[in-house]
Every structure is written in C-alpha cells, then in structure tokens.
Ligand binder design. Structure first.
Ligand code: MN3
Length: 209
C-alpha cells in the first residue's frame, strides 16, 4: 500500500511521481501528466490543506481523514479532496513505463482462475471503464479470497467504501485522457491496459496478508 508522507507545516504533500513526466509516452503524454499530476493532483493537495487548516483533520493520516469523512455530508469537501489525493497516488503507482507484460506468479494464476483468462479480465475491466457514467475510477480489488472489478464515482474508492483491498486503480475522469484521446475513453483504456499496467505493484498489494 502506498504510504503518503505528511509534512507537519503543510499537513499533506504531493508525493513525487514514481517516474519522469514523459516516461509514459507515447501512451500518456508529458502534457497530460503536467496537467493531471502537476495541476489536478496538486490542486487536491492544496485544497485539502486549506480546508483542514486548524481542524482535527490536520493531525490525522490521509487514510484516517478519508475514513472519518466518508459518507458524512457535512464533510464532503474534505472527503473529496483527501480521497482524490489518495486515489491519484495509487493510480500513478498502478502505471509504469515498463508495463506491457502479463501478471505472473500467484496473482497471474488467480486472475486466470477468477476471470477465466487474462484476456477475459482485460475485456471485463475495459467494459467497466466504458460503463462508468461520468467521472470515476475502475479498480481491481481483492475482497476475501476473490478478485473483483469495481467501479466508483467521483472520489469514492474501495477503501472509502470498505470494499476490499485495491490492487490497481484506473482513472476514468476525462482529465485523465482528454488531451491524448479526446472522447475516446475506450482507446485510452485499451492502450494503457496493454502497455502501462504495473503488475508488480498489483502483486505487492495482492500478497499483503
Ligand atoms: Mn484524475
């Protein structure tokens, strides 16, 4: 699981990208990362710091802020920004310029058993991304002994909903793909699943307890 560092003076900080901004080209451009990481992700961090300033939430870990504000209507702004900080960090770690291989080991076998084949998994995951109406996320999750593909809206995630351990996150907000793929969310899903998935990161999450 990703640990997000906290800086006591700023409460929450933007974690460094795990690769260079142009490392995911030509599949995700440096320009997209400049906006998506440098502007959108940074803005969630900035907004979160602004609205928790002086409150009890400024002393908590990011995961605790998410847990304590999830489903509380009056804490919606704190929840949305905290959850989006967490979700994006998890998403950057779900991608790697060294993708393009199938998962191996225990996770590879589990995907074949659970979904019938790796190709079936890709087909179902892509369909979930296409079917997510509006802004949201698609996740590969371990829930009990099963793997599941989960869709969430806006800032929601499996951790905010208590629905298992996330293995991979996939951002399907328009800002994730519009500069490179315009309205073609299906092309973004197909290319990134084929070229950029960080299966070793998913396996680390899968192998936890
Ligand atoms: Mn995003």
């Amino acid at each position: 699981m990703v640990q997000i560092k906290t800086d006591k003076t700023k409460y929450f900080t933007l974690p460094p990208l795990p690769y260079e901004q142009n490392a995911l080209e030509p599949y995700i451009s440096a320009r997209t990362l400049d906006f998506h990481y440098g502007k959108h992700h940074q803005a969630y961090v900035n907004k979160l710091n602004e609205i928790v300033s002086g409150s009890k939430f400024s002393k908590l870990k990011l995961e605790e802020v998410i847990a304590k504000t999830s489903g509380r209507g009056n804490q919606e702004a704190i929840f949305n920004n905290a959850a989006q900080v967490w979700n994006h960090t998890f998403y950057w770690n779900s991608l790697t310029p060294k993708g393009g291989r199938k998962p191996s080991g225990a996770l590879g076998r589990k995907i074949e058993v659970n979904f019938g084949s790796y190709e079936n998994f890709i087909q179902k995951f892509t369909q979930a991304g296409i079917d997510q109406f509006g802004s949201g996320w698609v996740w590969l999750v371990k829930e009990g002994s099963a793997l599941k593909i989960t869709k969430t809206s806006n800032a929601e995630s499996p951790i905010s909903q208590g629905r298992g351990t996330p293995l991979l996150a996939f951002d399907v907000w328009e800002h994730a793909y519009y500069l490179d793929y315009q309205n073609r969310r299906n092309d973004y899903l197909a290319v990134v699943l084929d070229k950029l998935i960080h299966w070793n990161f998913a396996a680390e999450n899968f192998n936890q307890k």
